[in-house]
Design a binder for this molecule. Sequence first.
Ligand SMILES: [Zn+2]
Length: 187
Amino acid sequence: MNITISDVANLPSRFGNFNVKAFKEGEKEHLVIYAKNLENEPVVRVHSECLTGDALGSLKCDCRDQLEYALKLINEQEGMVIYLRQEGRNIGLLNKINAYALQDKGLNTIEANHQLGFAADERTYEVVTFILNYFKIKKIKLLTNNPDKINSIEGIEIIERLPIIMESNEFNADYLDVKRDEMGHLL
Ligand SMILES: [Zn+2]
């Protein structure tokens, strides 16, 4: 795995006073946000980029609520958010917007992806193991509802799974139902 790693920098934020370090994997530039004093068994959240949610506050998903919850928690409990640049469950922004257009016509999130020729979820997590090894982290408390994330982390002990369940709204309730019923998320 050919990965370029940045220096560490300070990032004071509204959620806490963090360190940040970028990991460049091919064209993708991921960001690790972590507490100044990382503890031995840190809380780790693996968050995949969602421009519409994270930056624009879209109500079609729960990404921004989850990201804010995770940043607050890693500040309180000295953990890490691994922010992966795999927009739209890794189909990219343009395809994601096309999928949203199909959802406007009544398809659900999985049907829309399939119509565009993609799997329901194209994300991968190999780089997560690389990053945790880089930080010499052997045991984590993983903040996730997604079994794919639990299963994809190799060689690192997950001593606890912490759920991350956000309140639904009228725009994302169906989406969260699909995540739970058809994608196996632990909601
Ligand atoms: Zn989202």
